[in-house]
Design a binder for this molecule. Sequence first.
Ligand code: NAD
Length: 355
Amino acid sequence: MRKLLVTGAAGFIGANFAHYWLRQHPQDRVVVLDALTYAGNIETLKPLMGKPNFRFVKGNICNTELVELLLREEGIDTLVHFAAESHVDRSISGPDAFIETNIIGTHSLLKAARAVWLADPANPLPHRFHHVSTDEVYGTLSLNDPAFTEETAYAPNSPYSASKAASDHLVRAYLHTYGLQVTTSNCSNNYGYYHFPEKLIPLCLTNILDAKPLPIYGDGKQIRDWLFVEDHCRGIELVLDKGVVGETYNIGGVNEWQNIDIVNLLCELVDGEFAADPTLAERFPASPCARGESAHSLITYVTDRAGHDRRYAVGTDKIRAELGYVPQETFESGIAKTIKWYLANEAWWRPLQQG
Ligand code: NAD
């Protein structure tokens, strides 16, 4: 039985992880620490709130004393660290919060973990510190470059990816310097349930329903690899169960798409949902789909993001070969589930969009 402290689990991936973990490991205890920034939504965790083996604590990862207290009082043996400022555009307009949470906050967790788990370095408590990071730390690729591997040199280009790169290095240093039992995973773009509607896929889905523009940066030909969020959670579970301490594992879908192609696909699929279900036109009367028109008319090209990376592609040979990782969703099945979820859960995303 594990006792997990999961940071940032009122956000997109952490929340999916908390739900996933308690479904897969109902005997384990999950304590969530989240500051509930604009990206954190307590509603997402409501289904877990009554469970005796679940606890939510509102607090900041930069509060080292609070983290130490939780590690001690809950007897935590596994810390899974998702909490971050995660939106690249926000890191361009206001990098300070990214430095504070992603770098100082990660260091605060490492300090707390060291203080509690390695209080007697000759006799450490059983523990694991798993750090959740991004493939964006590796920088950008040209069209014909091979995908990033775990050996690719770090070359972050945005304040977001630079702050995540710094946190990855700190995690590594706490193993080599102090013996903290760490693992890191670097994942590609996630999509799925509970995704804040500022990110490409949920933004487009909700904008189609409200007849708002679907903004495409530059020529729209930037390439990203996409992975269904529960397949990311499965990858982290494997790293916790079978991963080697000190190792880094890339996680991804081997599923590269140009942004414009993703948006076109979303338009086609939502058009199809409206054609198949007449009640959608009643629920979302503003949408062009409600009048039988295609959502494609909403596509709007806008000035490219400053320093926009052209392509990310992440090789997953290591986690597949060493840990037996296989994503369970295809892109077709994952995106279909995601669209149906946003159509069915307006009560979740509408208040966020208005906020
Ligand atoms: P998110 O923005 O949806 O959620 C972040 C959560 O962290 C929120 O609940 C927020 O309230 C919380 N938080 C922020 N600052 C905090 C602080 N100082 N103290 C405590 N809690 C704080 O992010 P996400 O998309 O779920 O990403 C989670 C992690 O996964 C991040 O570390 C991100 O870098 C990484 N990642 C994300 C993706 C992706 O596609 N979204 C891909 C690869 C890696």
